[in-house]
Each structure stands twice: as structure tokens, then as C-alpha cells.
Design a protein around this ligand. Structure first.
Ligand SMILES: Nc1ncnc2c1ncn2[C@@H]1O[C@H](COP(=O)(O)OP(=O)(O)OP(=O)(O)O)[C@@H](O)[C@H]1O
Length: 218
């Protein structure tokens, strides 16, 4: 199976603190990879490295994608405070194609509508982002990630804190994206998500750990 991204002996730091150590992995192309690990094990940092926003301190990184990754981070309070609507937030996903503040084309608008539909937030389109619940905001940010139509989708705990219906919607969206040939990497605390993924990377204290046996004790 060919790799979308390969890391070889990668470490990553915040200032003097090394939080990823000697990570050698291959992320399979067109597949779903789940990243698991306890709080602070380095999942978000690894996703940042894979997305190209956190340069490795050492080691090498090789990617087969030429475009920019769509990277959906965990909910940020700063973004929530922006005085923009749900539709405008999702439309920002088109900036990668259109450039910031350029008028959207008819195609862009239909992509934005479709992404809001897929995440069940179309009825919230005119609401200010800051007035939404945490789970609603999370779905809006995912819709923004989808609107980028990148062939590499990196999601930091997309289902954490969501109700069962929203979780199911996200599972369905990921399966649809995979079927389109998108490479997906997502961090999760849910063992069921990890078991369903094509590939599982477990992190412990910033190092790749042996993946737990499905169905085994954890
Ligand atoms: N901006 C930062 N500055 C300094 N240290 C950081 C920063 N972000 C994360 N860290 C540290 O890096 C380590 C890995 O954090 P990371 O956010 O990658 O873990 P995580 O597995 O995603 O955790 P969680 O499950 O809580 O989201 C932790 O020890 C954390 O304290």
C-alpha cells in the first residue's frame, strides 16, 4: 500500500521540550488512519506535523500530496469569538481555492451548502458562530474542513463531545470521503473509532507504541 506521508525518526518540540520522539510511521494513501493515546501523549502535535504546520525538529518527512492539508483543530475559543456566521465560517474553507475575501462562485456556494448539509448544520447557517453550542461549533468547523476539498483531511478529535447522531454523521462523512479517495487522519479517544479505521497509530509519551489488539483488554 503506498504512503501519503512518511515520517522517519521525527522529533517535535515546543521550545526546549521534546514532545515527539523518533517517530517512524507511514500514513497509507486513500485510507483512514486513527491516532490514539492518553491526554498529552502527542496526538495533536503529530497531526500538526502531518499537516505541515509543525515543522519537525529532526528526522525526515516525505509526502505524496502536493496540495495543502485540510486541518481541523480542536475547538478554539479564539475562533469562536469571531463575529462571523456559520455560513461565512464554512465559506472560509473555499479560501484555499479562491483566496481570502474573494467573492464565492456559484460552485463554491453549492459546495458550502452541501458541506453544511452533510454535517447537519444547514439550519444554523445564519447564526453567529459564538452563539452555538460546543458540539454545533465542532460540526461547523468540520464542514469548513470538508469545504476545502483537500485530498488530505486531518481531524483532531472530530467526535469528542458529540451526541450519538452527530457521531454517526461524522462516521458517515469519513466513509464518504474515503470512498472519494481522500487520505484521512484523525485523533480519537474512542477505541471503536480506532478499530474501524484502516490503520491505527497509538502514541504513548510522545512515542509510537504497539497498537492494542482489537477486542483485547486496554
Ligand atoms: N503550545 C504548546 N507549548 C508547550 N507545550 C505544549 C504545547 N502544546 C502541547 N504541549 C505539550 O506537548 C505534549 C503533547 O501535547 P499534545 O497536545 O500533542 O497531546 P494530545 O495527545 O493531543 O493531548 P489531548 O488528548 O489532551 O488533546 C504535552 O505534554 C503538552 O503539554
Amino acid at each position: 500500500m503506498s504512503a501519503a506521508i512518511e515520517l522517519d525518526g521525527v522529533s517535535a518540540r515546543y521550545g526546549a521540550a521534546t514532545v515527539l520522539h523518533d517517530v517512524t510511521i507511514a500514513v497509507p494513501l486513500h485510507r483512514i488512519t486513527a491516532v490514539t493515546g492518553h491526554n498529552g501523549s502527542g496526538k495533536s502535535t503529530l497531526l500538526g506535523v502531518l499537516a505541515g504546520v509543525h515543522p519537525p525538529a529532526s528526522g525526515s518527512l516525505r509526502r505524496s500530496h502536493s496540495g495543502r492539508a485540510a486541518f481541523v483543530v480542536q475547538r478554539s475559543d479564539a475562533a469562536d469569538a469571531l463575529p462571523i456566521t456559520v455560513r461565512q465560517t464554512v465559506a472560509m474553507g473555499r479560501w484555499a481555492h479562491r483566496g481570502p475575501w474573494r467573492p464565492l462562485t456559484r460552485d463554491d456556494r453549492s459546495i458550502v451548502d452541501r458541506c453544511m448539509d452533510r454535517l447537519g448544520v444547514a439550519d444554523l447557517a445564519a447564526r453567529r458562530l459564538g452563539t452555538l453550542s460546543g458540539g454545533q461549533r465542532q460540526r461547523v468547523l468540520l464542514a469548513q474542513g470538508l469545504a476545502q476539498q483537500s485530498d488530505l483531511l486531518i481531524l483532531d478529535e472530530p467526535s469528542t463531545g458529540l451526541d450519538a447522531a452527530a457521531k454517526d454523521a461524522i462516521t458517515a462523512v469519513l466513509a464518504e470521503e474515503r470512498a472519494r479517495g481522500t487520505t484521512i487522519v484523525h485523533a480519537t479517544h474512542d477505541p471503536a473509532d480506532a478499530a474501524e479505521a484502516d490503520h491505527h497509530l497509538a502514541l504513548a509519551h510522545g512515542r509510537i507504541a504497539p497498537a492494542p489488539v482489537p477486542g483485547g483488554s486496554r
